[in-house]
Design a protein around this ligand. Structure first.
Ligand code: CMP
Length: 140
């Protein structure tokens, strides 16, 4: 099967606890390869734009506040069936529902401070990658 790509964010709760390497190791152990990575401080406008689909949700304001509360690491991951492989190793959105051995079960603090974001479809992955990376930043 051909390799595909997905998009990942290591969230402020994880960067704050110095877990960038630990989370990335779990992604790599799940068969994913980091083909682009940068640590950034998101602006409010960027966070609002990235999560635009959630704008009407009651948690939107808190979600944006949290995502700009510290640095994040945005990454492009490549592997077989990358979207699903990433979602499987991330675990459920709410860590209380996440399976043993997943990133969120291991590290997440709450449904908001849940350590990682991952694209939920190949179409969204392509859009989310474009939101943060130029083509010349994807070096394979
Ligand atoms: P993420 O995959 O980044 O996409 C949207 C985020 O909203 C989600 O992870 C959660 O961290 C966050 N969130 C905060 N509160 C809720 C909630 N009640 N239901 C779903 N997502 C929530």
């Amino acid at each position: 099967m051909a390799a595909t790509r997905t998009f990942s964010i290591i969230k402020p709760d994880a960067t704050r606890r110095n877990l960038t390497g630990a989370v990335t190791k779990m992604l790599e152990d799940a068969g994913l390869r980091v083909v682009a990575s940068k640590r950034i401080q998101m602006s409010r406008e960027q966070a609002e734009g990235f999560y635009d689909v959630h704008r009407e949700r009651p948690f939107f304001g808190e979600l944006v506040d949290f995502m700009i509360s510290g640095p994040v690491v945005v990454q492009v991951l490549e592997g077989e069936n990358a979207v699903k492989a990433n979602r499987d190793v991330m675990g459920a959105t709410n860590p209380a529902d996440a399976d043993e051995g997943t990133i969120r079960k291991t590290y997440a603090e709450s449904i908001e401070a849940n350590s990682v974001h991952g694209s939920d479809s190949e179409e969204n992955a392509a859009n989310e990658i474009k939101f943060f990376f130029n083509d010349d930043e994807l070096v394979g």
